[in-house]
Design a protein around this ligand. Structure first.
Ligand code: GLY
Ligand code: MN
Ligand code: MN
Length: 449
């Protein structure tokens, strides 16, 4: 793996820091205990990964544009006894050469070195997990905060944002992380390739009596089968009315004849996420009532897509999606009055309670940057309708239906490109995909010998 790209990002951040007269302190993620000597799976902090490419816990990056040695990494020392149990460590001696840092120290020296490393700067900018323990004495966050409270500049302005004592590192980094370079785009595209296979496998495997957990296993096995790939977030595999629970992650019911199945699941490839939702009939054929709702949601997505263009406010594509959904609900006699009256009252939020999209990248809900769409950003577009089973305003044939359709788009010069265009979405495409042979999408059934 080349760490050149991470070095370039640090250099860019150092330029920004110089203009702001600030130093940056960015901590890695830390291991979280599940029980006894078992941890939850470790995943590096996204900003730390972005700037270092270094995947170990208990590390801190300090960037100071005013020192000769501008890039300092604190990390764990080699420890053969621990490495026997928990794996290899890079170690302090190799860090500079491998990661192109100016200097490296063992993590235990962080407190002692901090004041020298931050000299020359009037502001501090930091991104720290609040539970990162620096030593038995301090949590890192409390320690940094106490230093800032005693530092010289208590308040200043960053653009229009007033901050006190420190700069938000996310403000500084968002202008970099929001815009995807070629290597990031390659990872995002690979996540889409793998996610396409998983969703197609699920459509083809789905049938009455199949367990939500079986589809989960099928999809996640596709993710994990691929190099440097895993799940980007907890998958939602929601049959029937489970689709009305927005973050349904129990995934433990059996699919029923005549129901829809909503799957919100995406791969993470080399740290970059796909975030895809498809809703399809368990038995492979939409009923007329399901088709009606599906068509409204699909139209909301298509119309709001026209507003995914550089220069437009991100809030506007949400408004457009809401207007189409509201019109659909009025046509179905679920809502009364005009579109604009309903937009004013917000009554429709009972049936569409979430936003229409978010930026996507290293995090599934990625760092936010500005209010407008700009070239190089990646966004989701994910309208939905959720019609409660016990809502008497909803005609009986539509009750209990939950549908969301979610795709991922990269902003181009004058519009967008749909990164998830290969994943079936039109009604006929979806029904065909449900009739497909699931084995086509499961690479591990090919004998490797
Ligand atoms: N998968 C979470 C979301 O769609 O925002
Ligand atoms: Mn999403
Ligand atoms: Mn999603």
């Amino acid at each position: 793996m080349s760490f050149e790209i991470h070095k370039k990002r640090r250099e860019k951040l150092l330029e920004i820091l110089e203009k702001c007269e600030a130093v940056a302190i960015i901590a890695s993620a830390f291991e979280v205990k599940r029980n006894h000597d078992v941890d939850y799976p470790f995943r590096q902090d996204s900003s730390f990964h972005y700037l270092t490419g270094f995947d170990e816990p208990d590390s801190i990056l300090v960037l100071n544009p005013f020192e000769q040695k501008r890039e300092t990494l604190f990390l764990r020392e080699r420890d053969p006894k621990m490495e026997l149990w928990t794996g290899r460590r890079l170690g302090v001696d190799k860090a500079c050469e491998k990661l192109s840092m100016d200097q490296s120290f063992k993590i235990e020296l962080f407190e002692e070195k901090l004041s020298t490393l931050t000299s020359g700067a009037s502001k501090w900018s930091y991104d720290l997990a609040s539970d990162f323990t620096l030593s038995s004495k301090h949590k890192l966050c409390d320690f940094i905060q106490s230093k800032i409270n005693t530092s010289r500049n208590r308040s200043m302005k960053l653009g229009s944002v007033a901050v006190s004592g420190s700069l938000e590192i996310k403000e500084l980094l968002s202008g970099m992380r929001a815009f995807k370079d070629d290597s990031e785009l390659a990872s995002l595209q690979q996540a889409q390739v793998v996610t396409n296979m998983a969703h197609r496998a699920a459509m083809a495997y789905s049938a009455p009596g199949v367990g939500e957990h079986q589809l989960l296993a099928l999809m996640e096995s596709v993710y994990h089968f691929h190099q440097d790939c895993g799940t980007a977030y907890n998958s939602i595999v929601a049959g029937g009315e489970n689709a009305l629970i927005l973050h349904y992650v129990d995934n433990n019911c059996q699919l029923s004849e005549g129901d829809l199945l909503l799957i919100d699941s995406g791969a993470e490839s080399s740290y970059y996420a796909a975030d895809i939702t498809r809703t399809f009939p368990v038995n492979g054929v939409f009923t007329p009532a399901q088709k009606r709702i599906y068509e409204i949601v699909l139209e909301a997505q298509k119309k709001s897509c026209e507003h995914i263009r550089p220069g437009l406010l991100r809030a506007d594509f949400h408004t457009v999606a809401c207007e189409v959904l509201v019109q659909g609900l009025i046509d179905l006699k679920i809502l009364k009055g005009s579109v604009s009256e309903n937009m004013d009252t917000g009554e429709f939020k009972k049936y569409y309670p979430h936003g229409t999209g978010h930026l996507l990248g290293l995090d599934v809900h990625d760092i936010v940057h500005g209010l407008h769409f700009e070239k190089g950003m990646v966004t989701t577009n994910e309208p939905g309708l959720y019609l409660p089973a016990d809502d008497e305003n909803v005609p009986a044939e539509f009750r209990g239906i939950g549908i969301r359709i979610e795709d991922n788009y990269i902003l181009t010069d004058d519009g967008h490109e749909n990164l998830s265009v290969s994943i079936p979405k039109e009604i006929e495409e979806v029904e065909n995909a449900c009739r497909d042979d699931f084995r086509k999408f499961l690479p591990y059934i090919t004998d490797p010998r």
